[in-house]
Design a protein around this ligand. Structure first.
Ligand code: NAX
Length: 365
């Protein structure tokens, strides 16, 4: 079913004849567009609900910019092949000007070939009655084989974002089995949690979410994650002010705020009877956009990245840290003060990740 569909550019120009113009002259853009080479973006699990929300965002330029053409590679498993083909048909029908091709396939090698960016959404969900180890074992084997395909067939310097749960540990397995992909190129999604924290602060203070910045998600994308506002600020007419001072309610910030962010995924499932999809897709776009195009001056974001031991987080885990990005590279923000309350939370989520890592390794043997 795989097929590369190059899409012609439409000029839309209408030449006038004689002195009279039958149509007004087309407006020419201030900056010439469509000059860039297309970027190949892989989405695995593309027939699923996050995939369905994500691929049109990528095709519209939400992830890489309104002047960046893309070729979408979509992978799913054979039982989802027909649905995947339906997604491809809709992409064609949407006539996205930036979309220069679609590869829809159930062949992992074909999906990974030449990709510059890989968003790994496909995975094995936990089903009722399944043991944690059984789910881990399924995902370890998926991420092991997809790691090899990326290592052998993706473009040099491919950037990888793992969304599928357990996101941090899946990313770690991918890193282990793609040793030639630099560890700085492998990350997992905690930006949804970061955005949820921004949203909660904005609602509480009744300010625009775009005026809130520098919250942090530490650790695992799970209910042990630590959403931290100790360094977060809000833009006010009198300058940037600390969130903690503006909220003026430590009990809320150290209690309900944290649990609301930690359990937001469950609250969405309860309300929608389905897990988060549009917010997850949007967060994946935010993650890649900031990684590739850079974070704004004075702003950091949260990304699950390979720990180098910063903040006494054990090296060798994929752990969510505050990072700034420039020229396609992330850097962990250094020197933030960690108080005793935070220290315990950072350690607790690190402990969970160490246990997950152990479980994942036990599935390999
Ligand atoms: P869906 O079940 O709707 O879609 C998953 C898709 O992956 C399906 O189409 C399935 O056929 C496909 N798939 C399964 N095995 C595959 C394989 N080996 N290769 C390629 N595709 C495969 O789940 P959806 O709601 O889209 O969620 C996807 C993943 O994101 C889940 O693991 C979910 O837990 C995780 N999430 C992670 C979040 C994060 O912030 N890191 C938040 C949202 C989401 O819960």
């Amino acid at each position: 079913m795989a097929e590369d569909v190059p899409r012609g550019q439409t000029s839309g120009l209408t030449k006038s004849s004689g002195t009279q113009r039958r149509f007004p002259l087309p407006c020419s853009p201030a900056i010439p567009t469509m000059a860039k080479e297309p970027v190949r973006v892989l989405v695995t699990g593309a027939a699923g609900q996050i995939g369905y929300a994500l691929v049109p965002m990528i095709a519209r330029g939400v992830m890489l910019g309104a002047d960046q053409p893309v070729i979408l590679h979509m992978l799913d498993i054979p039982p989802a092949a027909e649905a995947l083909n339906g997604v491809k048909m809709e992409l064609v029908d949407a006539a996205f000007p930036l979309l220069k091709g679609v590869v829809a396939t159930t062949d992992v090698v074909e999906a990974c070939t030449g990709v510059n960016i890989a968003v790994m959404v496909g995975g094995f969900p936990r089903k009722e009655g399944m043991e944690r180890k059984d789910v881990m074992s399924k995902n370890v084997s998926i991420y092991k084989s997809q790691a090899s395909a990326l290592e052998n067939h993706a473009a040099a310097n491919c950037k990888v974002l793992v969304v599928a749960n357990p996101a941090n540990t899946n990313a770690l397995i991918l890193k282990e089995f793609a040793p030639s992909i630099p560890e700085k190129n492998i990350s997992c999604l905690t930006r949804l949690d970061h955005n949820r924290a921004l949203g909660q602060v904005s609602e509480r203070l009744n300010v625009q979410v775009s005026d809130v910045k520098n919250v942090i998600i530490w650790g695992n994308h799970s209910s042990t994650q630590y959403p931290d506002v100790n360094h977060a600020t809000v833009k006010t007419p009198a300058g940037e002010k600390p969130v903690r001072g503006l909220v003026g309610d430590d009990a809320w910030l150290n209690g309900e705020f944290i649990t609301t962010v930690q359990q937001r995924g469950a609250a969405i499932i309860k309300a929608r009877k389905l897990s988060s999809a549009l917010s997850a897709a949007s967060a994946a776009c935010d993650h890649i956009r900031d990684w590739v195009l850079g974070t704004p001056e004075g702003t950091w974001v949260s990304m699950g990245v390979y720990s180098d031991g910063s903040y006494n987080v054990p090296a060798g885990l994929i752990y969510s840290f505050p990072v700034t990005c420039c020229a396609g590279e992330w850097k962990i923000v250094q020197g933030l003060h960690i108080d005793e309350f935070s220290r315990k939370k950072l350690d607790l989520t690190a402990q969970e990740l160490s246990e997950e890592k152990e479980l994942a390794y036990s599935c390999l043997s």
